[in-house]
Design a protein around this ligand. Structure first.
Ligand code: G1P
Length: 291
């Protein structure tokens, strides 16, 4: 019988150089969208997709991530004594989840970070979720990948259309047959091709579902682009042994890995957040007149 997808791996060892100096001592995954650290959105997507165990692959200066998912009795006692029950619930909601941590001691690339999850994953299918992309849709994107896996039993990753000039920021696929609505067989997976070399404008976004065979490929993957072990290169070789499908995502993607994307996401979420939406809307209208 096909195994259930119960495990997620969240690589969070990147240096966050795009957000320096903020990320000198603070994990970039802890930067908030309004009031919630970005990694919490990823963990919530995992849980809402039926994931039971999560491994966060972190690195130096990442203690705050571990603390965020731990209890904080001093803070909890204080909020409880003041009767601040709503805040207390927010603090307690992020504890008692099945979250595990492992360190990637040397930054050798995304492929190497995923390889660190080998013994956690064992012989099961699993998902990899990158923190630089937030996705919203009626069904969480990770759940969409799990549903595809339940039909095909094969690895599947999420893609979306990007502007042609942006292909060099992503892994890009060369799509073959569309086997069912929005599900593609793929000829090749190419890491960050220049626009003139890109086989399509369909870019890999940060959600993947793998069979454990990916680890055999990662172990044999030589450093590629940027002298790092590239996950995309391991996917390319896996696709010669098993199918790796591409699932087209039609929901909304927020690129929080860039400064402008991070600001835009904060504004859009701030316009929906009950504590900020009204004041932020009037502020934007006011400031727009002065621009
Ligand atoms: C990584 C992957 C790339 C993928 C991207 C999605 O790149 O290597 O294939 O398209 O994530 O966000 P990074 O953004 O870490 O440079």
């Amino acid at each position: 019988m096909q195994k259930k997808v119960k495990k997620a791996v969240i690589p969070a060892a990147g240096l966050g150089t795009r957000f320096l100096p903020a990320t000198k001592a603070l994990a970039k995954e802890m930067l908030p969208i309004v009031d919630t650290p970005t990694i919490q959105f990823i963990v919530e997507e995992a849980i809402n997709s039926g994931i039971e165990d999560i491994l966060i692959v972190d690195g130096k200066s990442k203690r705050s991530i571990e603390d965020h998912f731990d209890s904080n009795t001093e803070l909890e006692d204080n909020l409880s004594a003041k009767g601040k029950d709503k805040l207390l619930k927010l603090v307690q909601d992020t504890t008692d989840l099945n979250i595990y941590f492992i360190r990637q001691s040397h930054p050798r690339g995304l492929g190497d970070a995923v390889l660190k999850a080998k013994s956690f994953v064992g012989d099961e299918p699993f998902v990899v979720m990158l923190g630089d992309d937030l996705m919203t849709d009626k069904i969480p994107l990770t759940k969409q990948l799990v549903d595809r896996f339940n039909q095909t039993g094969q690895s599947t990753l999420a893609v979306t259309e990007v502007p042609h000039e942006d292909t060099s920021k992503y892994g890009v696929i060369d799509p073959d047959k569309e086997v069912s609505d929005g599900l593609y067989e793929v000829r090749n997976f190419v890491e960050k091709p220049r626009p003139q070399d890109a086989p399509s404008d369909l870019a890999i976004i940060g959600r993947y579902l793998f069979t454990p065979t990916i680890f055999d490929e990662l172990e044999n993957t030589e450093p590629g682009k940027g002298n790092e072990i590239q996950l995309t290169d391991a996917i390319e070789t896996l696709n010669h042994k098993e199918h790796v499908y591409a699932h087209k995502f039609n929901g909304k993607r927020y690129d929080i890995g860039s400064k402008i994307g991070f600001l835009e996401t904060n504004i859009e979420f701030g316009l929906k957040h009950p504590d900020t939406k009204d004041e932020l809307r009037s502020y934007i209208k006011k400031i727009a007149k002065t621009l």
